[in-house]
Ligand binder design. Structure first.
Ligand code: ZN
Length: 184
């Protein structure tokens, strides 16, 4: 029914798109995600996105939709490729100031727009980074390094897991390193 845009725009004003109720579907090449790239075995492939910008009845400018991608990360136990599938719902509320973030109602996650326009790829890349495991590792039973670990220090595995659980997500840092906004 609604008009869907075929080609994804590069730079967007999220607030205007929300007011216009714009819908867009498309693909973004993984090679465009500069922060994500170092974590990947290969940057071949693309992220499929279905995006719906809108303003909800509470007046919250938002972006909902879905992102899908199959990634190959590097297992931090055996350093071999590891498949990681992302198929996630997106629900972001756009805010202009950090102070507004706390007021964002569920189910939205706040998305701070410090200046307009923003790169659409930045918004999507943030979502992908947040959907990565804290530390990429094969399930132990499938990891080529499992025998080595079990023979070496059977008690080591558990304590490492606890430490990792407490560690902050290292990709949080990457989420903050956005491409600087450029005026065309
Ligand atoms: Zn592994």
């Amino acid at each position: 029914m609604s008009k869907r845009q075929e080609r994804l725009p590069i730079q967007v004003d999220p607030f205007r798109l929300a007011e216009a109720g714009r819908l867009m579907d498309g693909d973004i090449l993984l090679s465009q995600f500069k922060r994500l790239q170092p974590l990947l075995v290969s940057d071949q492939g693309r992220v499929q996105v279905e995006l719906a910008f809108g303003v909800d009845p509470m007046g919250v400018p938002n972006l909902t939709g879905r992102i899908r991608v199959d990634l190959q990360l590097i297992c931090q136990r055996c350093l071999q490729p590891m498949n990681w599938k992302i198929d996630n719902e997106v629900a972001l509320a756009f805010v202009r100031h950090e102070a507004e973030e706390a007021a964002v109602p569920g189910p939205y996650e706040p998305y701070l727009v410090e200046s307009v326009p923003v790169y659409l790829t930045d918004i999507i890349e943030d979502e992908v980074l947040l959907a990565l495991p804290q530390i990429p590792r094969h399930p132990l039973a499938e990891c080529p390094a499992r025998n080595m670990i079990q023979e070496e220090r059977p008690d080591k595995v558990e304590s490492t897991a606890v430490a990792e659980h407490q560690a902050k997500n290292p990709f949080d840092v990457l989420v903050k390193l956005k491409t600087p906004n450029k005026v065309k």
